[in-house]
Design a protein around this ligand. Structure first.
Ligand code: OSB
Ligand code: MG
Length: 370
């Protein structure tokens, strides 16, 4: 694939409603799309999921797109790459910036799949025709408001509910959900908001038969999670703390967790995410695919990853209408009455990019050509 052009489209997309976590709140997501084009005119699309500020990770849409502009595009545009693994070799000398690398890698994977007339899922080795859809619900102003949203999501068919927690908004919230909805598949995500001193909270949460407790302690910790894991019965799931295959292996040796939330943008690419899912399965861990409030473009790669046989829990992959009034792909991602999302068989990412809408929503553009 001789890459002739790399374009960035800067969009601002308004979420249907505010999404609040222990580290902050988003109402409008900066969305940067990557489009690559090869010499025959075939294209590929990817999505940069970095936020406005360095909260979930140190990357921001501005710093990461700058890394794409100054360091990734110059080494890629004008080059003939055989396969997507070559891209990883090209950017291996760039430290960090997994979100920036993922955005470009996705575009190359889409391009490769389109050129081979295969779907991204097929290229990855996906084995499922549909994936299990779970939904992540943000922190609400009141428990009543949260209960209303849980009800709505269950009615829409989601198989598993994840709720965000933070100190002071945890045990009571889970207790009320159990009282109202009984034995649904339920898990919580703290985004690193607690410390080992909060052991009392985790012991109380242990009574509610949660599927897992996601990232309870610091974003960069593996050791303290290994201490906590031994003290509670709820399985610990790591998100922020697993940035690479190496982190997963260390976490396994330490006993930091038993489940991993795998997001391509956090680990530096879809192919890296695939190998983490594969090794997690070999280690006997639970594994599933997480999200970063993606548009329909980023979502396509999450669906493709979730179609791999190594995934053994429901994913944070919801329908387009969970976040967007109008998604930038067609057809939009939809949830079936069984609470699943069908894995597209069409070539590339499997949905069409609505080019006119993308152009209309783009506030800024940048192009590198050869
Ligand atoms: O911790 O999993 C997380 C969204 C943004 C940043 C971090 C997280 C999340 C979610 C939402 O939980 C997942 C999604 O629906 O895309
Ligand atoms: Mg998380």
């Amino acid at each position: 694939m001789e890459i002739r052009k790399l374009e960035l489209f800067y969009l601002e997309m308004k979420l249907k409603e505010e999404f609040r976590t222990s580290f902050g709140s988003v109402s409008t997501r900066p969305v940067v799309l990557v489009r690559v084009e090869e010499k025959g005119g075939e294209e590929g699309w990817g999505e940069l999921v970095a936020d406005r500020g360095p909260w979930y990770s140190y990357e921001t849409y501005e710093t990461s797109s700058l890394v794409i502009r100054k360091f990734i595009a110059p080494s890629l545009v004008g080059r003939d790459i055989e396969e997507v693994e070559d891209f990883h070799r090209l950017v291996a000398s760039i430290r960090g910036y997994p979100m920036a690398k993922t955005a470009v890698e996705e575009a190359l994977l889409d391009l490769e799949a389109r050129m081979e007339g295969r779907s991204v899922s097929e290229v990855l080795g996906g084995s499922r025709q549909e994936i299990e859809a779970g939904v992540s619900i943000g922190i609400k102003a009141s428990v009543e408001e949260l209960l209303r949203e849980v009800r709505r999501r269950l009615e829409e068919g989601y198989q598993r509910i994840k709720v965000k927690i933070k100190p002071g908004y945890d045990v009571e919230v889970v207790k009320r959900i159990r009282e109202e909805f009984g034995d649904i598949r339920l898990q919580v995500d703290a985004n690193g908001a607690y410390s080992l001193r909060d052991i009392g909270v985790f012991r109380e949460l242990d009574r509610f038969n949660l599927l897992m407790l996601e990232q309870p302690l610091a974003y960069d910790d593996l050791y303290e999670h290994s201490v906590l894991s031994r003290k509670i019965s709820t399985p610990v799931c790591l998100d922020e703390s697993i940035r690479s295959l190496h982190d997963l292996v260390v976490a396994s040796i330490l006993g930091s967790a038993e489940v991993v939330n795998v997001k391509p943008a956090r680990v530096g690419g879809v192919l890296k995410a695939k190998s983490i899912l594969e090794v997690a399965a070999k280690l006997g861990w639970g594994a599933w695919v997480g999200g970063m409030l993606e548009t329909g473009i980023g979502r396509a790669f999450l669906v493709a990853l979730a179609s791999l046989p190594f995934v053994n829990y429901p994913n944070d992959i919801s329908a387009s209408n969970r976040y967007w009034d109008e998604d930038i792909v067609e057809p939009p991602w939809e949830i079936t009455p069984r609470g699943t999302i069908a894995v597209p068989r069409r070539r590339g990412l499997g949905v069409e990019v609505k080019r006119e809408l993308v152009d209309r929503l783009s506030l800024e553009r940048w192009t590198a050509t050869y």
